[in-house]
Design a protein around this ligand. Structure first.
Ligand code: SF4
Length: 277
């Protein structure tokens, strides 16, 4: 897919967490606007940043070249006011876009965080490119709490192809998660949104995660399923004969199943008002 990319100077990089984002996190941080992974279920498609744009989601990307500098200025101000800083990176893009390999925006932010750490950083991605930055994350972990959360919505590649064909494959995400965990960095598998998986899915996550996060298209879209409905998700499930997986209580069933493999303290389930990604 052709992507229209441009470099931009953003006024701010930390966005105060509001509403459904405001669950333990004080800020979200998006090093890019737009997202090359273009997942079909992505709730950002239904947000003003995309709804008022003429170019389709997945076909544009703004590279925030001054992100690290903004971060430094903003955190210094927050610290002067003694404010806690718990960051979710990222809520409306993936911090490890393919262009990150060259642009190094996220890497520069991490380097800056080592100098001026937040209290907590959760890195949310579905890209194995994050392993490039293991060196910096290890150093950051000495300064603040860090969690690397890898989105792994399913263990079935053919299902991933239906919903997120431009996103990295599942096997390489699992491999990256293992590498990060082996490096001593706390990890989470974010089954978000839950997509149909094989009975062996929990076994594949064993030993490579500290937590499992379970979220669904009905809860995690920030509008209790309305955005997912507007994106036509029920129809996509139906077309592929997967409707039994599109039910409002699917998180309850998935949690129950994962409990056979993981103790309760390792499983986190998105509830109403919980953080969506
Ligand atoms: S990776 Fe995240 S932000 Fe990007 S399209 Fe997929 S769900 Fe949306």
């Amino acid at each position: 897919m052709k992507i229209e990319m441009k470099e931009t100077l953003s006024k701010k990089i930390l966005t105060e967490a509001k509403g459904y984002l405001n669950v333990g996190f004080t800020h979200s941080l998006n090093p890019y606007s737009g997202c090359a992974f273009s997942c079909r279920y992505c709730y950002v498609r239904e947000m003003p940043i995309q709804r008022f744009k003429e170019i389709p989601w997945g076909e544009w990307l703004d590279i925030k070249t001054n992100a690290a500098e903004n971060y430094r200025n903003e955190i210094i101000k927050l610290r002067r006011k003694n404010k806690p800083v718990n960051i979710f990176m990222s809520s409306a893009t993936d911090p490890y876009q393919p262009i990150e390999r060259k642009a190094n925006i996220t890497r520069a932010i991490l380097a800056e965080m080592i100098e001026n750490p937040p209290d907590f950083l959760q890195i949310q991605t579905r890209s194995p490119l994050i392993t490039r930055d293991i060196d910096l994350i290890i150093r950051l972990k000495e300064k603040c709490e860090v969690l690397v959360s890898m989105t792994i919505e399913t263990d079935r590649e053919e299902i991933k192809q239906i919903f997120a064909s431009y996103a990295p494959g599942i096997k390489i995400r699992l491999k990256a998660l293992k590498e990060i965990h082996d490096a001593g960095i706390p990890t989470q598998a974010s089954i978000s949104p839950v997509l149909p998986f094989t009975p062996d899915f929990p076994k594949q996550l064993k030993g490579i995660v500290n937590h499992v996060w379970i979220d669904t298209l009905s809860i995690g879209d920030g509008s209790m399923g309305k955005r997912s409905e507007r994106l036509g998700m029920p129809k996509v499930f139906e077309e592929h004969d997967l409707s039994k997986w599109y039910r409002k209580d699917i998180h309850v069933m998935v949690e129950k199943y994962f409990h056979k493999y993981f103790p309760s303290e390792m499983i986190r389930v998105s509830k109403k008002e919980a953080f969506p990604k």
